[in-house]
Structures are given as structure tokens and as C-alpha cells.
Ligand binder design. Structure first.
Ligand code: FAD
Length: 470
């Protein structure tokens, strides 16, 4: 028999989930937070460079919006960009009030026309932010956390989401927020923690929610070769250069990430030269590089791109509502359209704060759940096929080869037939977009086609549809 429903079930304890939980609990809600592994095991924890937000004297939300839309290549949803950039500064100031020890100087990152990135010790921002949010959540009476509890499927009845199914049984809630992060660890080379294989997308799609923009995987250009260690864009903002094997520069280091990533793939091999950078601004990162066996003071560091950020996800409106009543999504799990075809650096932690808060506020308006909802009979979906999703080395290798930085339609057709639901969705979406835009590059169609100015959306049992979001 399921327990009595909580007011809000938040799946995921990254920046989006913790923000949603704290927002709801501050309004008196009883919140349960679930995490797949241990609470710190999130992309949020690993975030480096920082949080964008127009907090500088020479900056405005409108300038931040222009940069976001320029990076997004005609595909950002203007209403979402307006919300992100206008509410962003207040969310950053709230973090300061909570005790996040931001550096006194704002950082500059690729695609930004102003120094507007708030960071902690140059590259320890995610750790600092999630530690502060996590500590606050741990001290808040209305918030309970259950670690190592995998959300296997959504529990829906009569078209409404009633909570989630876990290996330990169902968990009922008046409203459920998916804050389950992205899918980048489905690619063999990735910056994300191993578990980030798109479970949120898989369970929402299986339950009938629309998913969108899954062809848009952002590859980070400068990840230490042979490892998951990301060398933040802020280093390039502070003067680090990219060199080829002759020691020559070959790309504008502050061009948008997709351009830098492709330039590196075309070169084959590349090195990041940190010798002119004030390395004392990035103490933790320099220690990690040294631990990996390199000396950034004397030698350029070998780098290559890796899958980094899932632009697509579960379709939501501007308050996190999905197609399914009672179900919300926020952070990297959601597709609000805010990033268009290419995410501007450091806009994703901001997205977690802005849309995590909005989703929590909207979720609290949901009608009460049945006091003790009836379990669906075991032979009925979604209970019957429930199993933990895993990604083998072979699958990750296939996704990297077939949906990498430069894509071939024959490879994508193969991927579309994958038995893994998320890998197959990536193949189908990337095949449908036979143009190159933002992070999605097709070798058979290397230019932008105005006919594709829209978001591909898919619902279970239907065909892909190109939609225009305002
Ligand atoms: C190395 C690195 C550096 C980055 N640097 C920056 C940066 O400087 N600035 C910036 O803006 N962005 C950066 N990003 C991106 C940013 O960190 C993420 O987009 C953002 O933190 C995502 O937050 P989230 O809350 O949506 O998800 P995450 O932080 O990924 O949290 C996901 C949560 O969902 C849980 N979960 C997943 N599946 C399940 C399941 N089946 N059941 C239960 N729980 C589940 C996980 O356990 C985790 O708690 C970086 C990312 C990485 C990996």
C-alpha cells in the first residue's frame, strides 16, 4: 500500500531539484526529494565556470537576452529568454544572501558581450552552489531526501501523474517535478556523471509527455583528452589559447562552443595553453590537471570535445508544466526552448534556479491527490515494463560514433533503431533535422535551412512535428 501523498515529489537533487524543493518548503509544502545515487552525484555539483546573470554595472537583461538568442541560432523561445534573463539577477542575488561565496570579479565566457558570469574560485561554482542549497535543504523541516532511489517510471492514472514507481514501491504526490538532469553520459566521451543517461526523458516519454529538441546535444570543446575533466570556458575568457600540433592558434577561442568543437574535430588534435592565464584564480582546477599528470605552468594540455549538455528534453511551458497534469519538469530535463539550438555558456545553472523556482510555485497550485491512490494492476503499463535503465559501454560507444560532433544520416538511421529509447530518440530527431544549426551538424547538409526554423516535438505513437514556440 503506498504512503499518503506528499505535496511535492522532486526527482533529482541538482540545482533545479534543490531550488524547487526549497521554494516549495518555504511556502509550507511537504517535499520529498529522490536521487538515483548519492545526493552530490549530479552535473550541478561538477559545474565549473559559473552562473550567467546581468548583475554588472555595464550590463542589462536585454543585453543578456541578445547574447542568448544569438548563440541559439534563431531557435530560442523569446518568452523563455525574457524570463531567464529578467529573473536571473534576482536569483543570483538570492544565492549570495544564502551564503554562496562568489568571487569579487565577474568572468567572461564565450558568446557573452559582457563580463556577467558569477563564479566561485574560478571553477568551483557548482560545488559551492549545491553545497549551500543542499545544506539548507538538509536543515529545512519540510524537506525529506531519499538517496539511492531510482525513479523507474511515472505513476499515472486517468491521465494524471500521481507520483513515481521505484524499486521499493510507488511514491505518491500531489505534484511531481522531474529535475533529473540530462543524457550526455549516453555518449562515450562526456563531462557528465555516469548516471546522467536521460532517465527523465525516458520515463516522461513512456508516460505520454511530449519531448523535443533531442538532436541538440552540446559538446564542450575543451575536455582533458582521455578523461571527463572539463577545462572551463572561463580559462579561455582569461586568455588561454587553443593550439594545433604546430603550436599555432586555429580558432577564435571565444567563438560559440559548437564552432570551437568542430574546429578541434577538423584539426584532429588540439592543446589548451594555460601558461599566460592567472592560474591562481582556478586553484582546484589546476590541482586536478596536475593530478592527471600535466603541468599547466610549462606545457599546453591536450583537449578534445565531449558531450556536455542536453538542450532537448521534456516539453514544458514557462512554469514547468508538461502535457501530463500533475507532472512538471525543470533544469536540464526540461525543454523550454530557452537555449534554442545552442546553449550560451553558464545559462544552465541559471535555468535551474529560474525555472526550478517557477515549477515549484506552479506545482503548489495542483489540486489535492487522492488520499491513498489505488495502485494500477501489475499487468497494466506503466507498471509492467518497469526496469532500471542502464547504458553499456557498447551503447555509449555507438552513440558517440553515430551522433557525435559531425553526423552522417546513415549512422543516425542505425542509431534510430537502437533498443535504448533515448538513443533511438536522438537518432530519430537528428535524422529529421537535415540541416546544420547550432550544435547539430550534418555532413550531408552543412548549412542552415530556414525551413527548419522550429522545434521538433514527439509524443508516443505519433510522428515528429516541427512546432514554432513564441
Ligand atoms: C563538468 C560540468 C561543468 C559544467 N559547468 C557549468 C557552468 O559552469 N555553468 C553552467 O551554467 N552549467 C554548467 N554545466 C551544466 C550544468 O551543471 C547542468 O546543466 C545543471 O547543473 C543541471 O542541473 P539539474 O538540476 O537539471 O540536473 P543534475 O544536476 O544533473 O541533477 C540530476 C539529478 O537527478 C537525479 N536522477 C537522475 N536520474 C534519476 C533517476 N532515474 N531516479 C532518481 N534520480 C535521478 C540525479 O541523481 C541527480 O540528483 C556543467 C556541467 C558539467 C557536467
Amino acid at each position: 500500500m503506498p504512503e499518503a501523498p506528499c505535496d511535492l515529489l522532486v526527482v533529482g537533487a541538482g540545482a533545479a531539484g534543490l531550488t524547487a524543493a526549497l521554494t516549495a518548503a518555504a511556502r509550507g509544502a511537504r517535499v520529498l526529494v529522490l536521487t538515483k545515487g548519492h545526493a552530490p552525484d549530479s552535473s550541478s555539483m561538477h559545474a565549473q565556470g559559473g552562473i550567467a546573470g546581468a548583475v554588472g554595472d555595464d550590463d542589462t537583461a536585454a543585453l543578456h537576452a541578445v547574447d542568448t538568442e544569438r548563440a541559439g541560432r534563431e531557435l530560442c523561445r523569446p518568452s523563455a529568454v525574457k524570463v531567464l534573463t529578467e529573473e536571473g539577477p534576482e536569483r543570483v542575488r538570492e544565492l549570495i544572501a544564502m551564503g554562496v561565496p562568489f568571487d569579487p570579479e565577474l568572468s567572461l565566457e564565450g558568446g557573452h558581450s559582457r563580463r556577467r558570469v558569477s563564479s566561485v574560485e574560478g571553477a568551483a561554482t557548482g560545488w559551492a552552489v549545491t553545497s549551500v542549497l543542499g545544506r539548507l535543504a538538509g536543515r529545512t523541516e519540510g524537506i525529506a531526501t531519499r538517496e539511492a532511489t531510482n525513479a523507474l517510471a511515472l505513476w499515472t492514472d486517468g491521465g494524471r501523474c500521481l507520483g513515481v514507481l521505484t524499486p521499493d514501491g510507488p511514491i505518491a504526490a500531489r505534484a511531481t517535478i522531474l529535475a533529473m538532469g540530462g543524457a550526455a553520459a549516453l555518449w562515450a566521451r562526456s563531462t557528465n556523471p555516469e548516471g546522467q543517461i536521460g532517465d527523465g526523458i525516458a520515463i516522461a516519454y513512456a508516460a505520454g509527455a511530449a519531448v523535443a529538441d533531442l538532436e541538440f546535444m552540446q559538446f564542450h570543446p575543451t575536455v582533458l583528452a582521455g578523461s571527463r575533466l572539463l577545462l572551463t570556458e572561463a580559462l579561455r575568457g582569461d586568455g588561454a589559447t587553443l593550439l594545433d600540433e604546430n603550436g599555432e592558434r586555429f580558432v577564435d577561442e571565444l567563438a560559440p562552443r559548437d564552432e570551437v568543437a568542430r574546429a578541434i574535430v577538423r584539426k584532429g588534435r588540439a592543446w589548451l595553453d594555460l601558461r599566460s592565464v592567472d592560474r591562481s584564480r582556478f586553484p582546484g582546477l589546476m590541482a586536478e590537471i596536475e593530478k592527471a599528470g600535466f603541468d599547466p605552468a610549462t606545457e599546453p594540455i591536450p583537449v578534445s570535445p565531449a558531450a556536455h549538455y542536453t538542450i532537448g528534453g521534456v516539453v514544458t511551458d514557462l512554469v514547468g508544466r508538461t502535457d501530463i497534469p500533475g507532472l512538471f519538469a525543470a533544469g536540464e530535463s526540461a525543454a523550454t526552448g530557452v537555449h534554442g539550438a545552442n546553449r550560451l555558456a553558464s545559462n544552465s545553472l541559471l535555468e535551474c534556479l529560474v525555472f526550478g523556482r517557477r515549477a515549484a510555485l506552479a506545482a503548489l497550485d495542483e489540486p489535492a491527490a487522492p488520499a491513498r491512490p489505488e495502485m494500477p494492476p501489475p499487468e497494466r503499463p506503466p507498471l509492467a515494463p518497469v526496469r532500471e535503465r542502464t547504458a553499456s559501454r557498447k551503447l555509449r560507444g555507438q552513440v558517440w560514433r553515430e551522433a557525435g560532433v559531425m553526423r552522417d544520416p546513415a549512422d543516425l538511421s542505425d542509431l534510430a533503431r537502437s533498443p535504448d529509447v533515448v538513443a533511438s530518440l536522438v537518432g530519430r530527431f537528428a535524422l529529421a533535422r537535415s540541416e546544420s544549426r547550432g550544435v547539430h551538424y550534418r555532413i550531408d547538409a552543412p548549412t542552415v535551412d530556414p525551413g527548419f526554423e522550429g522545434h521538433f516535438v514527439l509524443r508516443l505513437g505519433q510522428e515528429l512535428k516541427l512546432e514554432h514556440w513564441t
